[in-house]
Design a protein around this ligand. Structure first.
Ligand code: SF4
Length: 327
């Protein structure tokens, strides 16, 4: 199968499944090496750096794996005001990052006009930095208003491309709405970021292969592949612990880090032009580990947790979830 990758041939779903099943370490290293050479910054130790600001931890929906879910009564909620968000933007040292993502879940508390005001502000104060927002599913008309206000980059994770799994994990959301929203963003000419989770119950090699192909079908510009981490205050985590701390019975036992590595590498090989996020902290990475970037080229950095303490006199907010979100 690696020959097909080396020869730069188009990979079918079955090819991707075979690569995901690969269990030879030398072959995996070879795969990562090829993916790194395909990276947007091949052989570079320099990643683009991205910082994210989660400006609300409220959400109207109930995804089974997420601690921000509406029914989690243990979570201390916050919403930043326009003034607080702009103060945080003012405080950032723009020389230390390349792009910034302002994000929330399904929190319609913020009207489109407020998001537009933020876009105007960010475009003025961030100079040529890439500015992105992630505000969940909105109507095409609303997305267009943001585009007209000067937003070029919008982030919406599709999370999982298997409609049945999607329905099981998102009791109050519809897979078709998610995909429709992503197509709307593409149609409007946004650079679109999206992402998936690995290690969810019921995931199969086929559904992981579909996740990779979905990035290609939607021509996603920025890709985030994250590991499912059970949060104790979620229904899914309770199932996870009952299952002995392991999920994905359809696949069998696997090393989750290795699976993320394979997913990232194959995603790079299939989606050559996309930016792909490394899901570990740049600061902790050694030269040797960089070999295992697997073709990813963007690093999330937590520039600001300390900085924000200086701005906001509400350390409890910082402690509850971290305003600046680290993947
Ligand atoms: S929509 Fe996003 S923030 Fe809200 S519960 Fe689902 S994953 Fe969490």
């Amino acid at each position: 199968m690696l020959d097909k990758v080396k020869n730069n041939e188009e990979l079918t779903k079955q090819d991707i499944v075979s690569l995901l099943k690969m269990d030879s370490k030398p072959e995996l290293e070879e795969l990562c090496k090829i993916a790194n050479s395909e990276s947007k910054e091949p052989d570079s130790c320099e990643f683009k750096k991205m910082v994210t600001l989660k400006f609300s931890n409220n959400c109207a929906t109930n995804c089974l794996y997420c601690s921000l879910r509406k029914s989690n009564e243990k979570l201390k909620r916050y919403r930043l005001t326009f003034e607080q968000i702009t103060k945080a933007l003012d405080h950032l040292d723009t020389s230390q990052f390349d792009c910034i993502l302002l994000e929330i879940g399904q929190d319609k508390y913020y009207k489109i006009q407020e998001i537009k005001d933020l876009i105007n502000y960010a475009n003025k104060c961030l100079g040529n930095k890439t500015f992105a927002v992630s505000i969940g599913e909105r109507t095409e008309i609303e997305y267009k208003m943001l585009k007209d206000a000067g937003l070029n980059f919008c982030f919406l994770r599709h999370k999982i491309s298997d409609p049945i799994l999607y329905r099981n994990l998102h009791p109050d959301m519809k897979y078709s709405n998610r995909i429709k929203a992503l197509w709307s963003l593409k149609k409007l000419g946004f650079n679109v970021g999206s992402g998936v989770m690995v290690g969810l119950p019921g995931q199969t090699f086929e559904s992981l292969a579909n996740d990779i192909l979905m990035f290609k079908t939607l021509d996603i510009d920025f890709i985030d592949i994250i590991q499912y981490n059970p949060h104790p205050d979620t229904p899914l985590a309770k199932k996870f612990y009952r299952a002995g701390g392991y999920f994905a019975p359809a696949i069998g036992y696997f090393d989750i880090k290795e699976m993320i590595c394979k997913m990232t590498a194959i995603t790079r090989i299939v989606n050559k032009k996309a930016d792909i996020l490394v899901n570990t902290d740049m600061a902790n990475r050694t030269q040797e580990e960089l070999h295992f970037n697997c073709g990813a080229n963007i690093s999330i950095i937590n520039l600001t947790r300390v900085e924000l303490r200086k701005i906001f006199e509400t350390p409890k907010i910082l402690n509850s979830n971290g305003l600046f979100y680290k993947y």
